[in-house]
Design a protein around this ligand. Structure first.
Ligand SMILES: [Zn+2]
Length: 170
């Protein structure tokens, strides 16, 4: 059994769910789930709730469920906050990364010929490493969008350092 934290995010926070999955954390996101169902599932599956809703947050705490109330608008701030509370790593481990769409662990494609039909020709010729989602079939690679992901994670890491510093001075 792994001791990695698992999450369930409330239905306002789809983008945070995507980030946590990219970082490799098992994250449930159901746009239609009601508060009681989120709390129930968190309880059953030992997930940490992430929410912007104070009502849901309090309900979780009352039921003995771990919950992180986020208020930050900036995604780097949110990620740093989650890292402080839940100890998530703010860098991508390609052996653990999950499909942002459906939370399934990605599988490294052995032999890129297999996915040739699934990516644009230019991408196919430029890249050697690809990952595929065994559930939805989507193929991922370290493309141009990657720079943006790294930039935001870099910001989140510096913010985490500031948080830690503040806490140690307290
Ligand atoms: Zn998928």
């Amino acid at each position: 059994m792994s001791s990695e934290p698992k999450f369930i995010v409330d239905n306002m926070l789809g983008s945070i769910a995507r980030w946590l999955r990219i970082l490799g954390y098992d994250t449930v996101y159901d746009r239609n789930a009601e508060d009681w169902a989120i709390v129930r599932r968190a309880q059953l599956e030992e997930r940490i709730i992430i929410t912007k809703d104070k009502g849901l947050h309090n309900r979780a705490l009352k039921n003995g469920v771990r919950s992180i109330l986020v208020w930050e608008e900036d995604i780097a701030d949110v990620l740093a906050h989650i890292a402080v509370v839940a100890g998530i790593k703010l860098s991508v481990d390609f052996d653990k990364t999950r499909c942002p769409e459906d939370n399934t662990p990605l599988i490294k494609v052995a032999g890129k010929e297999k996915i040739k039909d699934k990516v644009p020709p230019r991408v196919f010729s430029l890249h050697e490493d690809f990952w595929e989602c065994p559930r939805c079939g989507k193929v991922y690679w370290i493309g141009r969008h990657w720079r943006q992901i790294e930039k935001i994670l870099g910001e989140a890491r510096s913010k985490l350092e500031v948080y830690k510093l503040k806490t140690s001075l307290r």
